[in-house]
Design a binder for this molecule. Structure first.
Ligand code: DP6
Length: 346
């Protein structure tokens, strides 16, 4: 088992380091913000410091542009719990999302921002697409809090706060291509995201939804189980750091072959580490494998440059350039094509 570091730092301690003193920042009437979802091209699957969601390796993602979460937040004048509304429906306080959101807000209370909140979030992500909505949600929440209390945080610090809610949320405070540094500091203060300098508006994603059922094991416990039981975990982390470098380089050079081949291998190795966990974690369904084989057949027999990546679920995300959109639609008519650089964030 590969150990994680025990850090003396706590989420509330990190928040207190980042945000200004509460007395100087009374809440305004409300705060609001939008944050996009993101898809990792080289993945995060394992933590160096669990309590702070500090990753074992760096990762790089592409933002989904206008697809994400829009959040409106205000403080409650009365009441002793947070009120959380998602897409117009008030969540039961004991639901997973409400509990996770309230425990994140609790860290701000511990850091001195002693309020309960009314939070309303709308997402325009395709329903059941298996897209990690928690990344967009926690990033939008942090940016909405920043607006509510007029902290005026820079994106780097907002990224660290978003990471405390969900690791991949660190990457969702930006649009475009985003790197998230693993860092080495014991308190994770050097583990933040920043934009990658690459201009590749033709790069497209295709969502192939093979199942919209809820996954049986979430990312948080899945990656922890992989870290603590998979004999392939240490090799995965080492390779993931090297894939990260290769993919950043490919993005800067707009080298689709290098990007696609490395992103595919990276996702497959992440799933290999999960398969080797004891007991194994198997997110794929037979349909997942059929999509993989179709993509390989298209490259081999039709010389169509399409690649894939897969996150913690059975659905497949295709990676290609916009001029291949017709081919993608022909072979995967049910897919949804997203051109992240094509539309401005709202
Ligand atoms: C497979 O960010 O959801 O999407 O930090 O525990 O909240 P926590 O995990 P989360 O994990 C995302 C895993 C992934 C890969 C990635 O986005 O890099």
């Amino acid at each position: 088992m590969t150990e994680t570091t025990q850090s003396a730092a706590t989420p509330a301690g990190i928040i207190a380091k980042i945000v200004p003193p509460p007395a100087e920042h009374p809440p305004r009437e409300y705060g609001r913000a939008f944050a996009p979802a993101n898809i990792a091209l080289s993945k995060y699957w394992g933590k160096r410091i669990s309590a702070l969601n500090v990753p074992a390796n760096s990762s790089v993602s592409i933002s989904l542009g206008h697809l994400g979460a829009r959040t409106h937040i205000s403080t409650l004048k009365a009441g002793d719990r947070d009120e959380i509304i998602l897409n117009g429906t008030r969540l039961a306080p004991d639901s997973d999302i409400a509990l996770r959101t309230a425990s994140f807000l609790e860290e701000f209370r511990r850091a001195g921002y002693n309020y309960f909140f009314r939070l309303s979030s709308e997402t325009n992500l395709p329903i059941g697409a298996g897209l990690a909505s928690s990344a967009a949600a926690f990033a939008a929440l942090v940016l909405a809090l920043d607006d509510l209390f007029a902290w005026n945080l820079d994106r780097r610090r907002a990224s660290i706060l978003a990471r405390l809610g969900s690791g991949s949320a660190a990457r969702s405070v930006y649009t475009g291509f985003v790197v998230w540094h693993a860092g080495t500091a014991p308190d994770g203060m050097d583990s933040y995201a920043e934009p990658l300098d690459s201009d590749w508006p033709e790069l497209a994603l295709g969502l192939v939804i093979v199942s919209s059922r809820r996954k049986h094991i979430g990312s948080r416990s899945g990656m922890e189980h992989t870290r603590s039981t998979s004999p392939l975990y240490a090799a995965w982390v080492k390779q993931a750091e090297s894939d990260f470098q290769t993919i950043c380089d490919a993005l800067r050079k707009k080298d689709l072959t290098k990007l696609g081949e490395t992103a595919e291998a990276n996702a497959l190795m992440m799933h290999a580490a999960m398969l080797a966990a004891r007991p194994p974690i198997i997110y794929w369904s037979p349909a997942t494998l059929r999509v993989i084989q179709q993509v390989h057949r298209l490259r081999r027999e039709e010389q169509i440059p399409i690649y894939f990546t897969i996150d913690a679920g059975p659905n497949v995300k295709l990676i290609f350039e916009a001029q291949q959109s017709a081919a993608v639609k022909r072979v995967f008519p049910e897919s949804e094509i997203i051109l992240p650089g094509g539309e401005p964030a709202p």
